[in-house]
Design a protein around this ligand. Structure first.
Ligand SMILES: N[C@@H](Cc1ccccc1)C(=O)O
Length: 412
């Protein structure tokens, strides 16, 4: 029997796909709606700004994580570097975001399954949600490699369905719709602020950084590249998505979508009226389902690892079963009783994500540079970058609070 102590490093593609899979998700469907106020030019700028900040904050988590033993979660890092209070705030916000997202995915997934299969099987939406959740829980319970394989498959299929479905709309983009002449530049700022937290949510993947460090056995180079390529892929898809949607559907029509509550189905309905084939709709639907499932896998993997570290559950099958139960049971039960809170949940995730995915990583990296003199890896930008990222986090938090208080105008 041969014993090989050097573990094989998984491929770069797998890690990038885990990140892209988590990042590209339900948040994407909110982007054209919430940026209706700033329209295309403004949203390109905001997307690139948010992408850069969210990538760098992820790299900061990586820098800090490498100082700890493999598998150390946010909980362990914040407690050690920032103390009890921050670790509590962090713990609550991370659990809140990940649980609420899992709830959102089960809720959206259940309505999709229900609407697709109600003609064939006689199931209720709540039961559909439970089945959906059990299947995903089983995949996450099996192994990270399984999630990676499935994510890779889903992303591949997503790219194909995305290209096929937006292909037709891509060539019908009208410059007059994409760059309307009648917008006063002074009107942009409040609308820009209101959209920021949604964009932040759409670029969220940060719960996966410790998982990836474990997956690549602390090889920082692989993790950096996975974060870069995974999030870049999301940025490119979001930019194409914006171009296609905001170049086909006039800005004025978004008032209708927003009045209807801004959910995925009213956006898809608008797209429908601009595409002449049924196949485009089917492809777009398939793409949305896959974006949802791939985010679901990524987010639940992040929560699963976080929980097993927090409760020190072992990595054997009984330990993994306990982690799976704590991860999936609460949101599944919530989705069973309240199956329709999807969009509301995504909105709230943005506010809490500002804390744990942006502000806390920047504070941790500051503390860790004071504590550890040498690092295997250092996030770019030096000291100034830390404040740049904190500033980004704060404007997001302030915008979300102002919009919850009804101070910022809604484009309608
Ligand atoms: N980016 C994910 C949401 C998310 C936020 C924060 C962390 C992880 C995932 C989406 O668009 O669905």
């Amino acid at each position: 029997m041969s014993i090989n102590p050097i573990k094989k490093i998984p491929s770069l593609l797998g890690g990038s796909m885990i990140i892209a899979g988590t990042t590209i998700g339900a948040g994407m469907f909110s982007i054209p709606i919430v940026t209706a106020g700033v329209w295309f030019n403004g949203s390109v700028f905001l997307l690139i700004y948010t992408w850069a900040c969210m990538l760098i904050s992820g790299l900061m988590i990586l820098e800090v994580n490498l100082h700890y033993s493999v598998g150390a979660s946010f909980y362990r890092m914040t407690k050690d570097l920032l103390g009890r209070i921050w670790s509590c705030i962090n713990g609550l916000s991370i659990a809140f975001v990940l649980y609420i997202l899992i709830y959102a995915y089960i809720s959206a997934g259940s309505s999709i399954i229900f609407n697709t299969f109600s003609g064939i099987f006689n199931v209720s939406q709540s039961a559909a949600g439970m089945c959906f959740s059990v299947v995903v829980a089983f995949i996450v319970w099996l192994s990270t490699r399984m999630v990676d394989r499935l994510s890779t498959f889903l992303i591949g299929a997503m790219v194909i369905t995305f290209i096929l479905s937006v292909g037709q709309l891509f060539f019908r983009v009208e410059t007059a719709i994409l760059f309307p002449q009648n917008i006063e530049p002074t009107q942009y700022l409040p609308y820009a602020l209101i959209s920021l937290p949604y964009l932040l949510s759409s670029f969220g993947y940060h719960g996966n950084v410790p998982s990836l460090v474990k997956y690549y056995h602390k090889n920082s180079d692989c993790v950096v590249k996975s974060l870069f390529f995974g999030t870049l892929m999301a940025l490119i898809i979001y930019l194409i998505w914006q171009y296609v949607i905001q170049g086909n559907i006039p800005r004025e029509s978004f008032k209708q979508v927003i009045t209807e509550g801004g959910n995925i189905s009213s956006l898809l309905k608008q797209i429908d009226s601009f595409s002449d084939t049924d196949i485009t709709r089917q492809l777009l639907n398939a793409f949305s389902y896959m974006a949802l499932v791939s985010s679901f896998l990524g987010v639940s993997l992040g929560l699963f690892d976080y929980i097993s570290d927090f409760f020190s559950f072992s990595d054997d099958s009984w330990g993994r079963t306990k982690s799976a139960l704590v991860t999936f049971l609460p949101p599944t039960v919530a989705a069973f009783f309240f199956p329709d809170g999807f969009l509301y949940a995504i909105g709230f995730a943005g506010l809490a994500a500002t804390l744990w995915a942006v502000i806390i990583p920047a504070l941790m990296v500051r503390a860790s540079r004071l504590r550890f003199k040498k690092s295997v890896y250092q996030a770019p930008g030096g000291k100034i970058m830390i404040y740049f990222i904190i500033f980004f986090g704060l404007i997001n938090a302030v915008s979300q609070i102002l919009s919850l208080a009804g101070v910022l105008p809604i484009y309608q």
